[in-house]
Design a protein around this ligand. Structure first.
Ligand SMILES: [Fe+2]
Length: 195
């Protein structure tokens, strides 16, 4: 007999300082970045521009963003001290990053970020009518995150989540990235040399 017991999960929201300075520069760099488009809309996603599958040797929008999100990641890193020490993995690093732009009626259906510890979403453009990330919690309830434009959302990577249909005439833009805990003591992505 399998018994299911529920425990609480936490997600985190951290404002990104200087968002209104960052926003136009970042959007310009994302405009210039190579991107894919969902060609055949299906049940999984309809996204007007994204670069999840593109291998990035050098990435101007990420290079620009790193120093601006670093203070927020440092706060998160400190906050997670107990989890890091208890897990035996005191460090963390960014394992992948990408952007996604949603025009009207675009969406990203339920999914998880398996093989990662935390998923992060920086809301660069979040107009009225476009939703922040929605979670599917342990009580089978849909919970809309409290993150707003200009904020970084961090949540457990195995938590099912989605980006609901963008009902706004305006675009929604996010930069998303994954975090893994590891033996090290830094948040540098050693694989790609980000600092
Ligand atoms: Fe996701």
């Amino acid at each position: 007999m399998l018994k299911s017991h529920k425990i609480e999960m936490e997600y985190y929201v951290i404002p990104i300082k200087n968002h209104f300075y960052i926003k136009p520069h970042l959007l310009q760099l994302i405009d210039n970045a190579p991107a894919e488009t969902t060609v055949d809309d299906d049940d999984a996603q309809s996204i007007s521009r994204y670069d999840y599958n593109i291998i990035k040797q050098k990435c101007p929008y990420w290079d620009f963003l790193i120093p601006h999100i670093d203070p927020a990641l440092t706060i998160f890193f400190k906050n997670l001290e107990n989890v890091r020490l208890l897990s035996g993995y005191p460090g963390m690093y960014v394992s992948a990053f990408w952007f996604q732009q949603y025009k009207k009626n675009n969406f990203h259906a339920w999914h998880t970020h398996c093989n990662n510890d935390y998923a992060c979403v920086y809301f660069i453009e979040l107009p009225k009518g476009a939703s922040s990330t929605v979670f599917y919690d342990a009580n089978d309830k849909e919970i809309k995150s409290k993150a707003k434009e200009g904020e970084l959302l961090i949540f457990p990577a195995n938590l099912p989540h989605c980006s609901p249909i963008n009902m706004s005439d305006e675009r929604k833009t996010v930069v998303a990235f994954n975090i893994k805990l590891d033996e090290g003591g830094s948040i540098v992505n050693q694989q790609n040399g980000f600092q």
